[in-house]
Design a protein around this ligand. Structure first.
Ligand code: AHR
Length: 555
């Protein structure tokens, strides 16, 4: 199959760019292309060229790729939790972002929580929200954040600028936020600097319905009924800011905490998420899967699309080379998910344990003039591309990836909402999350996508990314991304197993990949109705402009 993909890709190159580009591409093919051996002797490459040229002449209809959609092979569900978000006590995510304080007269709010942000996020439909960190979580002592606000002690936010945290946004405020958003909470517990007792008591405070010191404290603080929070993280980045632990040591610590937080998942039982690997630390996953047995319901994974941690580059002013490199990073998610899943499969072939990618997104230099520790960055069409391809990867691996949390929601990293005083805008990433919401809890339909090369220098990426699902009403949704910076692509969609009568669509695209919304121009990037498709027999021809995200509905 992969060999056929390469052939098709080569044929495409020959068709669109001629023999020189094709030869360049063949010359730069890695020796092992996604597991397919491509010996780099010149004779084999020339043989390959000859074959491909023949193939191209014989079969290729030039600037198009054929995507096969198996509508009759859907078996796994795209968990809505894949579309989760993450909000940390960091910069202006919580304070100024969500929460402006109950007494605030300038910014409309409900019990201190901004109405404009809630309205925007409700439209995007966040199914699960992770809080309070991140690195902050392993410094957070929850009891400091409950009770009368004027009695709450302050603390130093050691990871994020050493600012004073006044604890005015704590458990009750977070639960209020989740209720206003219609989202499920995911509480990330303190393992790094807390105690087993402290975290077990937090669970009781939040969830226990009977009489206990913690449930009575909750009632005294104004909430008689328990909230029944299902998702609990046991530490964050235990290999780094969460305690600089070794995998083996964390596995033991985890087992202790998990003992006092009995889980099982579903039916009101806790769903415990272990602090997972840092990108390609496969040893971490191996050890946790070996050691945790049935004491874990979810295993985390953190991966950011960063070109160079020492030189991340501007969020808005970047070259094509930087754009390409960022997307190259983003597409690594496919390999990471495949490899971590393969390890999990060894220990858990029935896939009881979910892979929870509970931090992902782009990370650049902060906006000029802003606090370097607050991680405030703009969000362009490049970020829309990251979101589109990443969510397609998660959808296509929904048998194992059953939760993911974009980092972060408001004013931090790849945010969906930015605020400035009383002003608020939504970002291109917001629009992708909103457009893709059609996949929530729908049945994933497998797709075959041939490699359609997007080349820069010596490197090649697959220009087109696709995922598809069928919702409860029987509507088939297909999300397509063309990351190519310059060239459009015609996709011939072959929806096997269904006969569709009508098609509708929306597109997010813009003139330049650097385009973004600003407080002065909040609507520069937004989705519009898409009509660049036509029927060709049983196939659907879809014309994708450069750097575009399209979501189609077929019925
Ligand atoms: O999202 C910002 C930080 O990135 C989080 O606090 C941490 O978990 C990760 O390193």
């Amino acid at each position: 199959m992969l060999k056929v993909d390469i052939m098709r890709s080569l044929a495409y190159l020959f068709a669109t760019s001629g023999a020189t580009t094709l030869l360049t591409f063949v010359a730069h093919l890695p020796n092992d292309y996604q597991g397919v051996s491509m010996k780099s002797t010149s004779s084999s490459r020339h043989a390959c060229f000859a074959l491909v040229a023949l193939f191209a002449i014989a079969t290729t209809s030039w600037s198009q790729i054929r995507v096969v959609l198996h509508t009759d092979q859907g078996k796994d569900t795209v968990s809505r939790y894949i579309y989760g978000s993450f909000s940390e006590h960091l910069g202006h995510c919580i304070y100024g972002g969500y929460y402006v304080g109950e007494g605030n007269k300038a910014i409309p709010n409900t019990r201190g929580i901004r109405k404009d942000v809630v309205e925007a996020l409700k439209k995007m439909r966040i199914p699960v929200l992770r809080w309070p960190g991140g690195c902050f979580a392993d410094t957070y002592h929850w009891k400091d954040g409950v009770g009368p606000k004027n009695e709450r002690p302050t603390m130093v936010n050691q990871w994020w600028g050493g600012v004073t945290e006044d604890n005015s946004f704590g458990t009750h405020e977070f639960m209020d936020l989740c209720e206003q958003l219609g989202t499920e909470p995911y509480i990330s517990g303190n393992v790094g600097s807390g105690t087993v007792q402290e975290l077990a008591q937090w669970v009781q405070y939040v969830n226990f319905a009977g009489t206990s010191p913690m449930s009575q404290l909750r009632a005294r603080n104004g909430h008689e009924k328990p909230w029944h929070v299902q998702f609990w993280g046991l530490g964050n980045e235990a290999w780094g800011c969460g305690g600089n632990m070794k995998a083996e040591y964390y596995a033991n610590i985890y087992r202790t905490y998990a003992t006092f937080m009995p889980g099982g998942g579903g039916n009101g039982k806790l769903f415990r998420i272990a602090s997972g690997a840092n990108s390609d630390d496969f040893h971490w996953t191996e050890v946790l899967m070996h050691e945790l047995g049935d004491m874990v319901e979810g295993l985390g994974l953190h991966f950011y699309s960063v070109i160079d941690w020492n030189n991340k580059g501007s969020a808005t002013e970047f070259t094509e080379q930087q754009y390409f490199a960022t997307l190259q990073q983003a597409l690594r998610m496919e390999i990471l998910v495949q490899k971590h899943s393969a390890i999990m499969d060894k220990y858990d072939p029935l896939k009881h344990v979910a892979l929870c990618v509970d931090e992902w997104g782009g990370w650049y230099d902060v906006e000029p003039g802003t606090n370097g520790a607050f991680l405030f960055q703009q969000n362009t069409m490049r970020d829309a591309m990251i979101a589109g391809v990443t969510l397609n990867i998660f959808n296509n691996h929904c048998d194992r990836v059953r939760m993911a949390n974009l980092a972060q929601t408001v004013n931090v990293l790849q945010a969906v909402v930015l605020t400035d005083g009383e002003k608020m805008i939504v970002t291109p990433t917001y629009h992708v999350m909103e457009m893709y919401a059609v996949h929530h809890d729908a049945v994933m339909l497998p797709v075959e996508v041939p490699l359609s090369p997007y080349m820069f220098g010596k490197d090649t990426l697959s220009a087109i990314s696709v995922s598809a699902s069928r919702d409860r009403e029987g509507v088939t949704h297909v999300s397509l991304v063309n990351i190519d910076h310059r060239q459009s692509r015609d996709v011939l969609l072959d929806a096997k197993g269904m006969s569709w009568k009508s098609v509708s669509g929306r597109i997010l695209a813009s003139k330049a990949v650097q385009d973004h919304n600003t407080f002065a121009e909040p609507e520069r990037v937004h989705p519009v109705v898409f009509k660049e498709f036509s029927r060709e027999g049983d196939l659907l021809r879809v014309s994708l402009p450069p750097c575009a995200v399209v979501v189609l509905a077929l019925q």
